[in-house]
Design a protein around this ligand. Sequence first.
Ligand code: KIV
Length: 314
Amino acid sequence: MRTNAAPKVTVHTLAKMKAEHRKISMLTAYDASFARLIDQAGVDIILVGDSLGMVVQGGGNTLPVTMEEMIYHCRSVVRGTERAQVVGDMPFMSYQASLEDGIRNAGRLVKEGGVEAVKLEGGADYADLAARLVKIGIPVMGHIGLTPQSLHAMGGFKVQGRSQAQAKRLLDDARALEQAGCYSIVLEGIPRELAKEITAAISVPTIGIGAGVDCDGQVLVIYDLLGMNEEFRPKFVKRYDNLAVRIRTAVEEYITEVRTSAFPDEEHSFSREVPRPESATPYGSIRAAAGAGGGPERDPDASGAACIPFPRKT
Ligand code: KIV
C-alpha cells in the first residue's frame, strides 16, 4: 500500500518511466470506491473509460455514453484518487463533428470532471484536435487500433493491423499523434509484433490492451480483471479474481441470514443502554477502519452512527 507522501503521477512521471524502461500500469474505474482501492494499490493511471456504457450501464457498446455521464463518473473517480493520474475518455460524438466541439468538451472533462488528461480514439485525423488541446494545456492520450467507437465501421470488435497496409496506417497514426503532442497512446487489439514496432518507433509511452507484452504499459477494464462478468471471456483479459462467484456467495449468505433472522445479531444492533467507551463503540471502530480524519465530527456518545466516513476531497 502506498504512503501518504507518494507524489502525484504526471505526464512527466510517465515519460520518465518509458525512458527508464519501467512498465506503466493503468486500470479503469468509474466510482470513488473502486478508484480509492486501485489508487491505494499503486496503479499509475486511472482511466474513466467510456467502457462504463457496457460494464456500468449494461449496454452492448460505448456509443450511447454522454458527456454528462462522463463528467459525473470523472468527478467520482477524482474524489477517490490521490496518486494516480486520472484520464477522462471523450465519448462518441463529443469531438468528431468539429474542432470546436472537441475543444469545448475536453475542457469540460478537465474543468467539470476534474481529470488531468483526456483520451480520444482515432489516428492522424485527430492530430489537429490533439495539437490544439495540448496547446491549451490539456494533456492528450491517443487511442488507435481496435477503437470501440468505430465498432460499426470495423464490422465488430475485431483485431486491427494484421494486413501490411493496415499496419503501416497504424504506425503513421501513432507518429502523427506523437507529433501532435500526445503524451501517450493506447494500442488496442493489434498484433503484438506491430505493437512492439510502434512502441520502438515513438518517444511517448504506449499502453496496450490486447497488444502484447512489448508495450510500455498495460490497461484492463477493472471489472474484467476482477472477473465480475462470467460471460465475457476475450483472449486478452486475464482474470485476477472471480468476484462474480465471491459477490454472489456473500449476497446469498446475507439473504439466508436475513431470512433466518441471524442478521442483525447483538453485535450489529444498538440498544437503549449507555454506550461503551468511545474506542469500543461501533462509531469508534468505524472511524479506525476508515482512517483518521475521515468523516464528519460526531458526538462520541451517539451510538446511532450510521455512515462510514469517506475520505473527502473538496
Ligand atoms: O473505455 C475504456 O475503458 C478504454 C480502455 C479499455 C482502453 O478505452
